[in-house]
Design a protein around this ligand. Structure first.
Ligand SMILES: NC(=O)c1ccc[n+]([C@@H]2O[C@H](COP(=O)([O-])OP(=O)(O)OC[C@H]3O[C@@H](n4cnc5c(N)ncnc54)[C@H](OP(=O)(O)O)[C@@H]3O)[C@@H](O)[C@H]2O)c1
Length: 164
């Protein structure tokens, strides 16, 4: 059985995006994302896919869309989360990488969450992480970092596993 893991960078006000892009450039978060997801499968919504310059290298890219025939190159396109998971069934870990619409569907089925909490309120945000019932999740790791010359806001790397 594959482990299904959500991975997201969420601001203190729950924001995850603005105008189909990320909220800010946080290289340490991108580094963690790359380290965790490389060699595994990533499942994303069509809008998140279109926000990327190209499919993520060294990962099986699976895009959810109601128009899978629309010509997605170097990735698998499919019409349901069930089909996306079937495509990834041989993977040891499957990462759900957003956006909001896809996180909402994944929250019901995920085993694990890797959250980067960005300590800032992005008032201008247009996309937000869905409401989480934290009673269902156990925090298993936490690392806190200050802002620095490259990362404009303080941030915390958090790992949660679903309670048994
Ligand atoms: N902070 C973070 O960690 C993070 C991570 C990822 C994304 N983001 C941000 O989130 C924003 C995008 O999120 P979003 O919620 O607007 O869009 P999204 O979830 O990336 O994509 C939504 C689209 O995915 C397709 N889709 C989703 N579920 C489906 C299903 N079950 N069956 C078939 N198709 C399905 C549909 O595509 P069609 O319209 O083609 O049918 C839908 O319009 C951007 O700002 C992005 O930068 C942030």
């Amino acid at each position: 059985m594959s482990t299904i893991s959500i991975i997201a960078a969420i601001a203190d006000n729950g924001a995850i995006g603005k105008d189909q892009q990320l909220l800010c450039h946080m290289p340490e978060d991108l580094k963690r994302f790359k380290e965790l997801t490389t060699g595994h499968a990533v499942i994303m919504g069509r809008k998140t896919f279109e926000s990327l310059p190209h499919p993520l290298p060294n990962r099986k890219n699976v895009v959810l869309t109601t128009l899978p025939e629309a010509g997605f190159v170097d990735c698998f396109a499919c019409e349901s989360m069930g089909t996306a998971l079937d495509i990834c069934e041989k993977e040891d870990e499957i990462f759900i990488i957003g956006g909001a619409l896809v996180y909402r569907q994944a929250l019901r089925i995920a085993d694990k969450m890797y959250i980067t909490r960005i300590h800032h309120e992005f008032k201008e945000a247009t996309t937000f992480f869905p409401v989480v019932n934290w009673d269902l999740w156990e925090e298993t790791d936490r690392q806190e970092f200050p802002a620095d010359s490259k990362n404009p806001y303080p941030y915390t790397f958090l790992t949660y596993t679903r309670k048994k």
